[in-house]
Design a protein. Structure first.
Length: 85
């Protein structure tokens, strides 16, 4: 969902927007890089665990989708605070 529809979602629920902070591309890059590094580290530390090869493939696929297949242009996050009217 893009920024405007996200911000208007509260109105549709009878909420008043108090504060909203959106992530920057650098914020999202840090998040995604940490996610991939943590997954790779876990897989390296647990090589004999059942399913770890599939897990590693899933982590690498996610990193590829983010870095090479348009994830950087479409993903983001926001911290939004609403209150009841």
């Amino acid at each position: 969902m893009s920024w405007r529809p996200t911000m208007s979602a509260g109105d549709q629920l009878g909420l008043q927007l108090l504060r909203a902070v959106r992530s920057t591309r650098a914020d999202w890059d840090r998040y995604e890089n940490a996610w991939a590094a943590n997954g790779e580290r876990y897989a390296a530390q647990h090589p004999a665990e059942p399913g770890v090869a599939a897990f590693r493939d899933w982590i690498r696929g996610g990193a590829r989708r983010y870095r090479q297949l348009g994830g950087r242009a479409t993903l983001g996050f926001a911290l939004v605070l609403w209150r009841r009217r």
